[in-house]
Design a protein around this ligand. Structure first.
Ligand SMILES: CC1=C(/C=C/C(C)=C/C=C/C(C)=C/C=C/C=C(C)/C=C/C=O)C(C)(C)CCC1
Ligand SMILES: [Fe+2]
Length: 557
């Protein structure tokens, strides 16, 4: 019989024991069964035994995250303390019995190498968190994604690839020249897949970031890194949108072209690794394409945003970050929205719109007249009032040093109205009064069946001021132009993710899942009823959860 302790910052949280042959197999993979503190709980089916990690994190936690470790402090901006863990969570409230499957959430959960602390939220090494729901119970776990960047940092105890704001140090001019060559070939860019996770139509689960090489396949049950997701086409390029549009039948994404400013729109089918070109959009402004972190689609069109926050080749080369990192704000280059027909690849509209800053589109749909003719495209996004300062607010130092002052820049549901009658201009307005959601708005989801269609509800993180980061979960009713808000004072919730109830007919019939880092240094999975927006259950983790970005749902079987 083996026994193991799990500790955070030197404090043993719990001990577990193991004896079965299945357990020995798991021991090899770093897992054990039945943590003793859970002995009183019902045993799950063998395939879902409670498992606890055996290996301590290989990285030595930094002083900022351990010596000063205080259980009563928000865990959101602290590195995860262990490479992996798994166990059953104690549930307060009722998890609906129909909720059967796995919620996965990806995000940058480790922000240091040894005692070197990263600067920016988006720099952290990817931590994948899992909640497996069955029969009203929940098994949770997390695991670091084993990207080349993460493995190299662990092995060499230093940064080896270019992250969002961090650049490996070079100690000679020759080494610097080599670095430049590596940048142009993409060799020095990170594959740290820390932004999103998607389930392809064929069931494969892929973690993503903005570098194409940072597409990494994982096992949704064990969270094990399977390997690099290789695109077998010859499309080349180094970066893509971090948020592809993924349905049962396709994977659509945008490949920005930094040499000849524009975007290639591509499509990949299930059971294939080959992206095929649908069409190309030439940028109307310059000197480089606008940053496309995400984009929306309607039933027949792909919307390509051209934001005045543009990629910047010089900033990519810099060793020290600028306030806008790899990007530059070009208000004189103007802002545009392009509409491409999905079937033909032809551009059916390209309009100038007011300046905007967005990372996340919520949804888009086709507006019809009485005769059923499509007259306009409506595209909604989390819009930061054309203010780029949000990027700097997401520096870890800012996030960790909250003084109680109101520091979060205002944001709104930005609604683009793109006419299809050849008019040169589109509109951008707030879809509802931003005070409804505290003028905070980001990290959104919708009912997946409403993708590209007229919809009523969106779920996102909003704000209760004063705050320095979105601290509420908000349900936006775009028809009534109202919001319902959930808050746990002092806590940081992550992106609310909507899972519809099978067989439901109402758009909001389902649950909203979020993972919350609370002010006591703890973390819990939260379930809200989609319709009433009341809390229906929470399941506490035995450790504080670092903040995470985007999730996906993997239905059972
Ligand atoms: C863009 C390049 C790179 C990496 C980019 C990455 C990792 C971008 C990640 C962006 C994310 C996670 C954006 C999320 C925004 C969330 C917001 C605004 C939330 C606000 C809350 O209020 C490199 C790979 C570094 C190099 C090439 C270029
Ligand atoms: Fe994102």
């Amino acid at each position: 019989m083996a026994s193991i302790s799990f500790s955070v910052a030197g404090k043993t949280i719990f001990t577990s024991t193991s004896s079965s042959p299945l357990d020995s197999k798991r021991l090899k993979h770093g897992f054990l069964s039945k943590s003793t503190h859970l002995k009183t709980m019902h045993r799950m089916q063998d395939s879902q035994l409670v498992r606890v990690a055996t290996e301590p994190s290989v990285m030595v936690p930094s002083p900022a995250t351990t010596e000063n470790y205080n259980e009563k402090e928000l865990a959101a901006w602290k590195s995860i303390q262990q490479e992996r863990w798994e166990g059953e969570l104690n549930v307060e409230g009722e998890i609906p019995l129909w909720l059967s499957g796995t919620y996965l959430r990806n995000g940058p959960g480790m922000w240091h190498i040894g005692d070197y602390n990263f600067r920016h939220l988006f720099d952290g090494y990817a931590t994948l968190v899992r909640l497996y729901f069955e029969n009203g119970r929940v098994i949770a776990g997390h695991r670091q994604i084993e990207s080349q960047a993460y493995k190299a940092a662990k092995k060499n105890k230093k940064l080896c690839y270019r992250e969002f704001s961090e650049v490996p140090k070079t100690d000679s001019f020759l080494a610097y020249m080599g670095e430049l060559a590596n940048l142009f070939s993409g060799a020095s860019l990170t594959d740290n897949a820390n932004t999103g996770v998607v389930r392809l139509g064929d069931g494969r689960v892929v973690c993503l970031t903005e570098t194409i090489k940072g597409s990494i396949q994982v096992d949704p049950d064990t969270l094990e890194t399977i390997g690099k997701f290789e695109y077998t086409d010859q499309l080349g390029g180094l970066i893509h949108s971090a948020h592809p549009i993924v349905t049962e039948s396709e994977f659509l994404t945008l490949l920005p072209d930094l040499v000849r400013p524009g975007y290639t729109v591509v499509r990949m089918e299930p059971n294939s690794n080959e992206r095929k070109v649908i069409g190309r959009v030439d940028c109307r402004g310059g000197p480089a394409p606008g940053w496309v972190h995400s984009f929306p689609v309607t039933e027949h069109y792909i919307i390509v945003p051209e934001m005045p926050l543009r990629y910047c080749a010089q900033n990519l080369l810099r060793a020290e970050p600028t306030p806008l990192y790899k990007f530059e704000w070009h208000p004189h280059s103007k802002a545009f929205m392009h509409v491409m027909c999905k079937a033909s690849g032809k551009i059916v509209a390209s309009v100038e719109v007011p300046l905007y800053v967005t990372f996340h589109f919520i949804n888009a749909y086709e507006e019809e007249d009485e005769e059923g003719r499509v007259t306009a495209i409506i595209a909604d996004c989390c819009e930061h009032n054309a203010n780029t300062t949000i990027l700097d607010k997401l520096r870890l130092q800012n996030l960790r040093s909250y003084s109680g002052k109101d520091e979060l820049p205002d944001a709104r549901v930005g609604r683009f109205i793109i006419p299809l009658d050849g008019s040169p201009n589109g509109k951008l307005e707030a879809a509802l009064n931003p005070d409804e959601h505290g003028r905070g708005m980001d990290m959104c989801s919708i009912h997946p069946a409403y993708l590209g269609k007229k919809y009523r509800y969106a779920y996102a993180c909003g704000a209760q001021r004063p705050c320095n980061f979105p601290n509420t979960i908000t349900k936006i009713d775009l028809m009534e132009k109202k919001a319902k808000n959930w808050i746990d004072e002092g806590a940081v919730p992550s992106e609310p993710f909507f899972v519809p109830r099978p067989g439901a007919t109402e758009e909001d019939d389902g649950v909203v899942i979020s993972m919350v880092s609370d002010k006591n240094g703890e973390g819990y999975a939260l379930l809200l009823d989609g319709s009433s927006f009341e809390e229906i259950a929470r399941a506490k983790f035995p450790y504080g959860l670092p903040y995470g970005l985007h999730g996906c749902w993997v239905p059972k079987n």
